[in-house]
Design a binder for this molecule. Structure first.
Ligand code: GRF
Length: 193
């Protein structure tokens, strides 16, 4: 099912690999009255993801998948998502690259947040690269996921000024604070499109 105008109660799965601060902000957003999403599931490839703790705190079902055999695992995930009637996937610090096949099965219904002003700095170490290149701004982007890494249609972006004294870490912290606001904004934006 494609997302359409006025859609409410969109059953959502959030995929994480690490800290899960974007997951937390999405959960808080989903609990607001104005929110069109309902987070039904947290999926991780990493049993040590700190963000998995939010499953217990907010009483959301979680599932950990081993991606060593990715094709088989993706098949299992797809079955689970279909069974749970999930129609939106939010990747939030999910560190595996999903296959073309998987993305095709959820076409137009997978979002990702990336810590750069795409199309600049696809991939990893985005803040380090922005500082090394003496960019004036870094930022974050929410985009639809396509088969090519960090290249799907951009939904929304937020610029963050780079200060002279910034290290990749200080910059990452400021950008992350903006990410927490941007992901919910992106969801509201695609729903009203
Ligand atoms: C974020 O910066 C996100 O943009 C990137 O990985 C980080 C994940 O942070 N893809 P968290 O796990 O949401 O705290």
């Amino acid at each position: 099912m494609a997302l359409s105008i006025g859609t409410k109660n969109i059953n959502t799965a959030v995929f994480i690999s690490g800290t899960g601060s974007n997951l937390k902000s999405l959960i808080k957003f989903s609990n607001l009255k104005k929110s069109p999403i309902s987070i039904k599931m947290i999926i991780s490839n990493n049993p040590k993801s700190k963000g998995l703790a939010f499953a217990k705190i907010y009483k959301i079902r979680k599932k950990i998948f081993n991606f060593n055999k990715q094709a088989k695992t993706e098949k299992e995930i797809l079955e689970l998502l279909k069974k749970k009637k999930i129609n939106l996937i939010c990747l939030a610090g999910f560190m595996r690259i999903l296959s073309k096949n998987f993305i095709q099965s959820f076409k137009g219904q997978i979002l990702n947040i990336h810590p750069s002003l795409l199309p600049k700095y696809k991939g990893l170490n985005t803040h380090e690269r922005a500082i090394t290149n003496k960019d004036r701004y870094s930022g974050c982007t929410v985009h639809f996921v396509s088969a090519k890494l960090d290249s799907g249609k951009i939904i929304i972006q937020k610029k963050v000024k780079i200060n002279k004294k910034d290290t990749p870490r200080t910059l990452a912290n400021r950008v992350l604070a903006e990410e927490h606001k941007l992901y919910p904004e992106a969801i509201l934006k695609i729903i009203s499109l």
